[in-house]
Design a protein around this ligand. Structure first.
Ligand code: FES
Ligand code: FE2
Length: 366
């Protein structure tokens, strides 16, 4: 960790969010609508920590992706700055892919090997030395690929902390993708995370969810790492989160059959761990008030169809997005003032504290 400057937010605006639970309030409006704060988050919370850039088994040989505000090139040999060492052209555009076994810059055709070494620079009398691609820290965790695009985050194991022990029994790396929905939500990425971490709203907007899981059930964890999360119970006789409470899949061996875990790893991966499937929301902010959400369902091999899970959560997701978009509009009002948390919004408080501390200059894994 070499640098972690404070966010462009006055300290007095963060004071309310940093009070103890019971006295604390939401983050200030600027945290959700300011382009300057958004830019700081992109650099420090996304590029500066560990962004989830996809699933290892879905990646082509070469893949261009943007982690926060830093273009990244993924190859089977690791992650690299997606910035040509000649005159900075991207080697692949965001979302671009290639199956070639060398990387060729589209601008003047410098050629790199998949491990980032400069192999050829056309028309140079000799290959310029010291111009290999910049390697970035990356890791694969339970099938997801993470990149630290600034290269100066704490080790991934410190970042993920005790969340590792909660996810391990579900072994998502052995599950297969059953369905995926892409949503575009007109809300700040943190509004989506904050909504994810409380069920205070459930009785009012989620009738299907309340039918299978009591909204007042469960507890939140308070353990090391840059994450927030908790568990909720399934109602008696209910097997999983589905419209009829039944599972049409296969139960995962060795996991809790009576609870669903909801964990969000900063900055962009929300994992919902069910007795019979794993759902992952990957957040890709596009603007202060706009977030693309990729929602994926993973099941055991041999399960032919996960539509029972997909239908339940697609309906619930859309209920949530409607609420989040309304919150975003409210945050933009000149009359917004940060409000207090209810007793069952303790996980939102934990999250807001982690973000407010990060804004003040404390990295989220500290
Ligand atoms: S910028 Fe890549 S070859 Fe010139
Ligand atoms: Fe919800």
């Amino acid at each position: 960790m070499t640098s972690w400057p404070a966010a462009p937010l006055p300290a007095e605006e963060l004071a309310g969010a940093l009070r103890p639970f019971g006295e604390s309030t939401m983050l200030p409006a600027r945290a959700y609508i300011s382009p300057e704060v958004y830019g700081w988050e992109q650099r420090h919370l996304f590029a500066g920590t560990w962004s989830c850039v996809g699933r290892v088994d879905e990646l082509p040989t070469q893949y261009g992706v943007v982690a926060g505000d830093v273009p990244v090139l993924l190859t089977p040999e690791g992650a690299f700055a997606n910035t040509c060492r000649h005159r900075a052209h991207e080697l692949l555009p965001d979302g671009g892919s290639s199956d070639r076994n060398v990387v060729v810059c589209p601008y003047h055709a410098w050629v790199y090997t998949l491990d980032g070494q400069l192999r050829a620079a056309p028309r140079f009398p000799e290959k310029p030395a010291g111009h290999d691609l910049v390697r970035l820290p990356s890791t694969t965790w339970h099938g997801w690929v993470f990149v630290n695009a600034t290269g100066d985050a704490a080790d991934f194991t410190v970042h993920v902390g005790a969340m590792a022990g909660l996810v391990a029994p579900y072994a998502p790396e052995h599950l297969k993708l059953a369905a995926r929905h892409d949503y575009e939500v007109r809300a700040n990425w943190k509004v989506i995370v904050e909504n994810y971490h409380e069920c205070y709203h459930c009785p009012h907007i989620h009738p299907e969810l309340c039918a299978v899981s009591p909204p007042t059930s469960g507890d939140n964890f308070d353990l090391p790492g840059a994450w927030v999360g908790g568990a909720m119970d399934l109602r008696e006789g209910v097997e999983t989160m589905s419209l009829d409470g039944r599972s049409a899949g296969a139960f995962l061996p060795g996991v809790d059959r009576r609870r669903v875990l909801y964990l969000s790893l900063l900055p962009d991966l929300l994992l919902s761990l069910h007795p019979d499937y794993v759902m992952a929301h990957r957040l890709r902010p596009a603007a202060p008030g706009r977030t693309r959400v990729e929602c994926s369902w993973y099941v055991q091999d041999g399960v032919p169809d996960a539509s029972y899970a997909e239908e339940f959560w697609d309906r619930t997701n859309r209920q949530d997005w409607t609420a989040c978009e309304s919150v975003q509009r409210g945050l933009g009002s000149p009359h917004f003032r940060p409000g207090p948390f209810a007793p069952n919004e303790d996980a939102v408080h934990q999250w807001v504290t982690m973000i407010a501390d990060a804004y003040r200059g404390t990295p989220p894994w500290c």
